[in-house]
Write a protein that binds this ligand. Structure first.
Ligand SMILES: Nc1ccn([C@H]2C[C@H](O)[C@@H](COP(=O)(O)OP(=O)(O)OP(=O)(O)O)O2)c(=O)n1
Length: 161
């Protein structure tokens, strides 16, 4: 389908990681395009692949929870360096070069890989934990109450509480 740039600004339109644009026409609200991920690999896929990587190298002896946490924090530091001193950056990082974007992709991946292995080694079922936490977040921050405000939940004075 041929689409013009003006077609690409509707609520719910998405751009998948492969660049494919998914159009939705469920309202007249105009919003920025929403970026989406590929469906795979899943978090469990990444856990399994990293477990294989670790097993093949006999590295489980080093990959205890505390070491994984420190490794992850180190990678968060490397990730932070990419943004350091640049000032605020716009969504989609329009001013970044492809090598810079690839570097960012690698640092984000390092953080995620260590996070997932840390959860595994702590026997936390991360996908299910995320579901539970998001349900809690929705209860703590009802959209009707907090819409458009970034205040912490403790700052809301609710007469019904
Ligand atoms: N003991 C290790 C070492 C590496 N990795 C994996 C997980 C990370 O995705 C990546 C981290 O590799 P490096 O420690 O070499 O860190 P970087 O890839 O960030 O390299 P650099 O520090 O040179 O930027 O490799 C791992 O699982 N266990």
């Amino acid at each position: 389908m041929l689409i013009s740039s003006s077609d690409l600004v509707h609520k719910s339109d998405t751009v998948a990681a492969n660049g494919e644009v998914q159009l939705a026409r469920n309202g007249d609200h105009k919003q920025a395009l929403r970026f989406t991920f590929s469906a795979e690999p899943t978090i469990e896929d990444i856990r399994r692949m990293q477990a294989e990587f670790t097993d093949e190298r006999d590295w489980n002896q080093f990959h205890q929870p505390r070491n994984l946490l420190l490794a992850m924090v180190g990678e968060v530091g490397e990730l932070s360096e990419l943004f350091q001193w640049r000032g605020e950056v716009a969504e989609g990082l329009p001013d970044w070069t492809e090598p810079q974007r690839e570097h960012l992709a690698q640092e984000l991946s390092d953080v995620l890989i260590y996070l997932i292995e840390l959860a595994e080694k702590c026997h936390i079922d991360l996908p299910q934990a995320v579901l539970r936490k998001m349900a809690l977040n929705r209860m703590k921050y009802p959209a009707s109450k907090v819409h458009g405000s970034a205040k912490k939940y403790t700052e809301y004075k609710d007469s019904s509480e």
